[in-house]
Design a protein. Structure first.
Length: 279
């Protein structure tokens, strides 16, 4: 099985003094579905940015598809085969859709990626139409992306990634800002893509979706180090670890003379973690 990503003792520091990642060692195999779990500010988005070659390790080594990734490979005006291959294989979903959208219409947004692959015009048209139909957004194709709702924008961003048919999907807080129906739609889409053999790496602090979209989970602590890398069931069952990583917290409230203590996840909806409550 091909090793897609391999990080060896990778650290990253902003402005040479703000530590975002520290000594991260991990590898991802082709076809894996991995959740990167961590509280806000833990470094999980920075980790995704490194995997997408948007940021580069301050120290340590990062290999993608067996090649050592260096800044000069991507930050150069010269065309090179690895750069083209990498951008074709890897698709990135930003946490904020507005960062990703720039075209005048949804159709043009989705067609942009295939156009960069130098595909014939009829193939670009075909891919774009197929992705629009697959995601059921035909009613949006002539609209301006910046005029859409948050959930619609996220669908368009996903469509713009899928139109290039990448092997690897990097998703940064994909359910953030979505209503319950859109969250279910996205979870089912991720499950379908996994069945097709896509490698999917999702950074999230929404514990409710982890076991639905991943088989492996990596917990990044607030000290920016990896605390646990294991199967999802083992990670989700380790409540002490999840509390230490600030992914869940104890919530105490009173019913008459009785004090009840529950474990809560840090999600927008403040949902309960599936596990025993303490009374």
């Amino acid at each position: 099985m091909e090793t897609v990503f391999d990080l060896r003792d990778v650290s990253y520091t902003y402005l040479r003094r703000f530590e975002a990642l520290k000594g991260v060692t991990m590898a991802v195999q082709a076809g894996e579905q991995v959740a990167i779990l961590g509280a806000n500010g833990s470094g999980k988005s920075t980790l995704l940015a490194i995997l997408n070659a948007l940021s580069y390790p301050t120290s340590g080594e990062f290999y993608a598809f067996g090649t050592l990734v260096k800044e000069e490979i991507f930050d150069t005006l010269e065309d090179n085969e690895f750069n083209r291959s990498f951008r074709k294989k890897v698709g990135f979903l930003f946490q904020n859709p507005d960062i990703q959208l720039f075209s005048s219409t949804v159709f043009d947004e989705i067609a942009f990626g295939p156009l960069q692959l130098d595909l014939p015009p009829d193939e670009v048209q075909k891919r774009t139409e197929e992705v629009i139909a697959m995601l059921g957004i035909e009613n949006l194709q002539d609209r301006a992306p910046h005029m859409l709702s948050g959930g619609e924008k996220k669908k368009v961003c996903i469509a713009s990634i899928l139109s290039t048919n990448p092997d690897v999907l990097l998703l940064d807080e994909p359910t953030g800002g979505l209503d319950p129906r859109s969250q279910i739609w996205l979870i089912e889409l991720i499950q379908d893509l996994a069945k097709c053999g896509k490698t999917i790496i999702t950074a999230t602090h929404d514990l409710d979706i982890v076991e639905q979209i991943s088989t492996r989970a990596i917990v990044v602590g607030e000290d920016h180090t990896i605390k646990l890398d294991s199967d999802c069931a083992s990670v989700m069952g380790n409540l002490d670890l999840l509390m230490a990583a600030n992914l869940i917290h104890r919530h105490i409230h009173r019913h008459g003379k009785l004090l009840h203590e529950h474990l809560h996840a840090h999600t927008q909806e403040h949902d309960h973690v599936h596990g025993p409550s303490v009374v």
